[in-house]
Design a protein around this ligand. Sequence first.
Ligand code: ADP
Length: 299
Amino acid sequence: MAVSHRLFRLHSSTTVKNTFSSFLIRSLSSGPPTLDPAIGLEEATAQLEKSSSSLSPSPSPSKGRNFHWVFLGCPGVGKGTYASRLSSLLGVPHIATGDLVRDELSSSGLLSSQLKELVNHGKLVPDEFIISLLSKRLQAGKEKGESGYILDGFPRTVTQAEILEGVTNVDLVINLKLREEALLAKCLGRRICSECGANYNVACIDIKGDDVSPRMYMPPLLPPPNCESKLICRADDTEEVVKERLRIYNKMTQPVEEFYKKRGKLLEFELPGGIPESWPRLLRALHLEDLYDKQSAIA
Ligand code: ADP
């Protein structure tokens, strides 16, 4: 606990753009980390630039155009759910930095155990770490012939947004919004199948309407029988940690909304309820309902 607080003080200072965090990673590292611990922000940015160079528009073979989209939104809002649905619909990769971090942290070593401390206490990991992870993922995708992206969980700081803007042209940022009362319940109700990785939610959210807001109903998304006995919770989905993640979101990521708003790229989307209600409306907001209708007709 003490370690994570000390790390966070370093990370949250105004020195993010210098090499303090890389020093931090370097000084924490022992054993063979899977990421280069000596990497600095500049170097990580250069890697990102190189790996994102193929992401400039080239026609997406299946759907006829390329997408460079970003999802913003508080923990629990459903970024992963909607980003992954759009990824299947549009044929572009869904890249969730939270998943990249969790995969990385499942490896052993002091670096990953120290970073796990940050993640499990709801703090952000250093920018250079996340940028390096992202560039590795983009590079791997490039080698497989991927083009375009739907980013989920990145950028989360203005520094990250500036770096991304410098290396690739984001064309749309979808800012998902959900009533505050539902966010915590959605995080606490999240369950993941330890075998296939599918996400479910056991929370049944029913918020009474009043003069200002209508009733909001979000049914649970229950697992099929073959996943039922294998469900696990994310280590950072406890009440205390979710509250901290929400606090950090408001402090560090809300300015990113403003960053994109100023550039005319932000689409605000208020989720009206669960997936059955929200998905068709989101598609309409994105002018994708025709594509969806065509796919449903073929299926
Ligand atoms: P959330 O549900 O809070 O949006 P994610 O799955 O996106 O969670 O991320 C989980 C954790 O991974 C974050 O709390 C943070 O520690 C780390 N993380 C993910 N993306 C970033 C990022 N862009 N910058 C810094 N840390 C990140």
